[in-house]
Design a binder for this molecule. Structure first.
Ligand code: GDP
Length: 366
């Protein structure tokens, strides 16, 4: 009898000694936790009305869903984005970049608080695809933006902690839509001015601010000419104390440099100002420049045109990426590609013809 009992017991790697209750196949605590989450997760309607009424907690949870790679989360995320889209588009989207240490977070804190004092609601998003490597160099440190982060009219969201630049850019754009639906008037998108992320950010924003230091030299500051060309406003930061003279000198130098760039189609001439977040100077002036830009480009139609161009760009780029992936992830195509590569290297066929032949095979197939 005892022997039979023993044989009837379910074999499990988690089996413990006789006389002690066998554990469930899943950690019961975890199972409970997951059940609670599924049960408590607000419905799409509850999310949408929460976001629309400016509930920052629900907004944060919704952005987590957007960033999630789980297919079931993505279904909900899509509903949320679509539900928010009709209420989006009314904010001013500003990109802020500069090398680490230039004073971005201090500037954003002061600038954000200034905007709030002007009756605006401010959201801060960050793009930092390197954050897994650097353990979250942007906004990772909780002491950053201390005052702004607790303000009821502010919402601060660190970058998704992992993912490709394309993925992080996408979730930032979608987070932006949600923030707009939640009634934020100004959205600041922070990025470290050393890599490709600026180009990605410039596709998301209306206005681009580059923070620079006096006396550092462009090379030293790691700022590429291309990034300078994207700037609608260069802010020479930390213009205080002993730095004042140097900052004013740098301002003139950058003004001269900007004049050498070809004029922008939207008619805007990029400006240079000096600022100090610590002394609270140049902050109101920054907003004045943004305001001037909005007035000018709204009047000549380029504000809206820029947004339309951005949407079209995203549509086309997404298609182009998918097609690219489809081709290069197809085993048959990649093996034919390798054969063709050898032929090209042996000068048996020129690369254009080779590409044409491969594409004919590909289009014949799909
Ligand atoms: P981030 O890495 O670009 O975000 O730079 P932070 O905002 O963290 O600032 C880097 C350092 O510069 C900190 O020690 C700040 O206190 C200092 N800092 C920031 N803004 C100013 C400023 O306007 N003037 C001066 N003198 N120091 C500043």
């Amino acid at each position: 009898m005892e022997k039979d009992d023993h044989h009837n017991k379910v074999e499990s790697a988690l089996k413990v000694n006789e006389g002690i209750e066998q554990p469930a196949s899943l950690n019961p605590m975890l199972e409970k936790e997951m059940m609670r989450f599924r049960k408590n997760r607000p419905t799409v309607e509850a999310f949408l009305s929460g976001i629309r009424s400016g509930n920052r907690n629900l907004l944060g949870q919704a952005i987590t869903l957007i960033e999630s790679a789980r297919p079931e989360d993505q279904v909900v995320a899509e509903d949320l984005i679509n539900g928010c889209l009709p209420f989006s588009g009314k904010s001013i989207r500003i990109g802020i970049t500069g090398v680490p240490g230039v004073g971005k977070s201090t500037f954003i804190e002061t600038f954000g608080l200034y905007l709030i004092s002007q009756g605006k609601k401010v959201a801060v998003l960050a793009i930092d695809p390197s954050s897994t490597r650097t353990k979250g160099s942007i906004l990772g440190d909780k002491t950053r933006m201390e005052e702004l982060s607790v303000h009821t009219d502010a919402f601060i969201r660190p970058s998704a902690s992992s993912g490709t630049l394309g993925g992080v850019t996408r979730s930032t754009r979608e987070a932006l839509i949600l923030c707009e639906a939640a009634g934020f008037d100004v959205i600041l998108i922070e990025t470290v001015g050393v890599g490709q992320s600026e180009t990605a950010v410039s596709q998301l924003v209306d206005f681009f601010i580059l923070l620079m230091l006096a006396g550092g030299g462009d090379e030293l500051q790691g700022i590429k000419r291309g990034i300078m060309e994207m700037a609608d406003l260069i802010v020479i930061n930390k213009a205080d104390g002993d730095n004042m003279l140097k900052a004013n000198l740098a301002k003139r130098e950058y003004e001269n440099a900007l004049h050498l760039f070809p004029p922008l189609a939207n008619g805007w001439i990029p400006k240079t100002i000096t600022a100090s977040a610590l002394k609270n100077t140049g902050i109101g002036e920054t907003w004045k420049v943004v305001d001037e830009f909005i007035n000018q480009t709204s009047a000549n139609g380029f504000f809206q045109k820029n947004r339309h161009d951005q949407s079209k760009h995203i549509l086309r780029e997404t298609i182009s990426h998918s097609l690219n992936n489809h081709f290069f992830k197809n085993e048959s195509m990649t093996s034919q590609l390798h054969v063709m590569e050898q032929k090209v290297l042996a000068d048996m066929i020129n690369p254009y013809q080779a590409a044409q032949q491969l594409l004919e095979v590909y289009f014949g197939k799909f």
